[in-house]
Design a protein. Sequence first.
Length: 263
Amino acid sequence: MEVIIQPTYAQLVAVSAEIIRDALLKKPHLVLGLATGSTPIGLYEALVRMHKTEGLDFSSVTTFNLDEYVGIRPNHPYSYHTFMKTHFFNAINIPTENCHIPQSTAEAHEEFCENYEEAIVNAGGIDIQVLGIGTDGHIGFNEPSSSLGSRTRIKTLTQSTLEANAPHFGGTVDAVPKMAITMGVGTIMEAKRCLLMASGESKAEAIAHAVEGPITAEVPASALQMHPHTVVIIDEAAASNLKRADYYKQAYANKQKLLSHRE
Ligand code: GLP
């Protein structure tokens, strides 16, 4: 696991956006796994800026979103379909048919989940999976106790996730959909590269468990310790519970030095 600690949210966003830009410049048919939540909003803003100012081209990119609530219409103001259109898809030149988001109805969900997995494989697999993290260590909507080998399926959300998402649904927990379709931990682990972003002190405990704790279904993000190419990009506040923060900073500084010698 590579851990990159940046002083601020703006800087962690800049590093994340550069990773995606470099990958896209090398491979125009990039397959991106995308996340919602407040954390990646700055990343999408940065990529939109790169599209507008540098002509970063998304016309051959394919995307797969991690998850979606079950039981709300795709055009619901707080659906992840709406989130992605608002923050990203409507502002770049990606063809609509290249953007995949789990369906927001529970109808025929088993068949849908199988097809979603198949579509990822048919696209050649996910090159970079963007991830946020819940305060309880969840990734996507893989709540604590999710199998670390799980695939795309329906999950019931925990009380803490319902509470965390209540502000998006008018402030009442009752208004938050109780279930979601999410890529599984096993699905995420098959991405060629994972980019886990976290900001703020509220994520410090989850990040410490995910990066330095034991690998356990109690902290689904800890499975990423077994992933061969995961980059954890966090700000100082989210890094504040890490025991080895100084080492990660040193390692990143050395890597930058090495890269600058090569140029
Ligand atoms: C939700 C999403 C996750 C996201 C998490 C954290 O549970 N399903 O994908 O990582 O929220 O969101 P935020 O970035 O707003 O803290």
